[in-house]
Design a protein. Structure first.
Length: 231
């Protein structure tokens, strides 16, 4: 998720679609050659710079034991598709599950303008798209994954909707840990570093907690928080 619209071009945005979804209004805009997604008036992400979204997948895969065959990954949030596309380019992943709660976003990828970004990844036989709320899915499923790559918000200190905040709570992190296989990795995108969140991960029983940064043109860097379930 891209937290700052400063990366986009200076041209005026054109609204391509506007819908009332189960969690409020979502809007797809085009600004120059880039797309933007707005939720309830809050800028969520655009297609101008996907480095941190790709890092979310790269860092998780690199943190897994090299000998683990065909690991599974759950991507929380389809967004503009950068994380999914990255995972689909990596042959090592055995199963790629994307959880997205906004029907409009899924449709923009399947039958709308965002198809030009993610079309090939969505037809990859390893890919499955679950139209569900990520927090609810993590709490109700019994399936475990080798990697959780989560990007549903602007980070633990800047949530778009109040219910997303529970993901970063002690109970939410405990749920994430439970959904991982032993040796699995949790990777969480954030619009800014957070030492307090690193400590929260350690308190939740994760090991190997670290943060990788992606510098941006202005402001604090985007980051990916990484943590391992070692037992």
């Amino acid at each position: 998720m891209t937290a700052s619209p400063s990366r986009t071009t200076d041209s005026a945005p054109v609204t391509l679609d506007r819908r009332d979804g189960p969690f409020g209004e979502v809007v797809l805009r085009e600004r120059g050659e880039h797309f933007e997604i707005i939720a309830n008036g809050c800028f969520l992400m655009d297609t101008s710079d996907g480095r941190s979204e790709r890092l979310l997948i790269d860092a998780a895969l690199a943190a897994l034991p090299p000998a683990r065959p065909a690991p599974s990954v759950l991507i929380g949030g389809l967004g503009v598709g950068f994380s999914l596309v990255r995972a689909a380019t990596q042959e090592r992943w055995g199963r790629i599950v994307v959880v997205e709660r906004e029907p409009a976003i899924v449709e923009w990828h399947l039958r709308g303008p965002l198809d030009r970004i993610s079309g090939g990844a969505l037809t990859d036989p390893r890919t499955a798209v679950l139209r569900a709320d990520l927090v609810t899915h993590l709490r109700t499923t019994t399936e475990r994954y080798d990697a959780l790559c989560l990007d549903i918000d602007n980070g633990p200190d800047w949530t778009v909707t109040d219910d997303n905040g529970s993901l970063y709570s002690p109970s939410g992190l405990a749920t994430c840990r439970e959904r991982l296989t032993p040796g699995g990795v949790l990777a969480m995108w954030s619009a800014q570093p957070s030492e307090s969140f690193e400590q929260a991960l350690r308190s939740a029983g994760f090991d190997g907690v670290r943060t990788e940064e992606v510098p941006v043109a202005r402001g604090v860097p985007d980051v990916v928080h990484l943590a391992l379930r070692t037992a």
